[in-house]
Design a protein around this ligand. Sequence first.
Ligand code: PMV
Length: 333
Amino acid sequence: MSKISVSSPSNIALIKYWGMSDTKRTLPANRSLSMTLSRCVSLCTLETLGDSSPDEIYWRGEDGTLEPADPIMRLGIEDHVRRLRQCSDFWQPLRIATTNTFPTSAGITSSASGFSALAFAFASLFGQLPSTDPLSGLARLSGSGSAARSVLGGFVTWPGDADDPHSPARQLAAASHWPLHDIIVVVDGSAKATSSRIGHQRALSSPFYQRRQQLLVERFRNLQHAILARDFARVADIVECEAIELHLIAMSSVPPLFYWQPATLSVFYRVQQLRRDGLDACTTFDAGPNAHVLCTPEHYPQVLAAIRELDGVQQIIQDRIGEGPQVLTQALF
Ligand code: PMV
């Protein structure tokens, strides 16, 4: 029997993957660019079991006890493990336990961290690693494209190359290049009603979708340059434009997907005001109502203080740019 424990981070997209070119292979219609997070990570322990045992799948709750994973989580993990097995041809039964260091029901994507952790643990356990390209491809087998980016730290691009079977993510710059903070402002902690997968499919019905694809070519290039030059003002303009456009496409899809809430916009307005007052801060959103406020270390205390004064905020998670997956010495069981 062998056993491994790992952690893998979540990430926030600055150029969003929204729309697929190939749903079967989970390939994106456009390039995306993300920042890997440090505090929002998933932990996963895998242990091989005797040949005839069934797989066991557990969730570790906040009190530290293991409980059988709920049916939806179980299904997601079983599907991903089945695909990992098909790719690797390792069929040994497994005991799997997982948990997140951030509130799972807070509407912050945990699929990127959870599925990349499972792929990393699986591949490590069976001695297949640690090269990044296959790992990125294995994480994406889950159906969560953003999981492909979580296998790397810092600023990460996912070109979505259809000719490469791994279609891996690539590191643009290490976390040490620019230690940005991400203040995650939870304004609604409930799970979203429509999955990203449906959002990706529906995006194509927006009358603005094709125009977005054209605009993205230059926007992507500009954002890469701005990050490499640590030019916050340029980053902020592009990141906010991109955050609005994700929701513009979602809202104009047929039928529409509407994620924003009043407090979502309060955060956005307040951060724009802070920027006009000279602070390095900007807002982005995932496919949900919660806001990610990016800021430089120099201005972080002032930005955080301003966010804390806003009404309608349920929770603030103080995160920052971080590293990719790690092997851990402590197991979940
Ligand atoms: O990885 P998925 O299939 O959950 O889709 C991610 C969609 C966004 O979070 C909205 C954008 C992104 O690039 O992460």
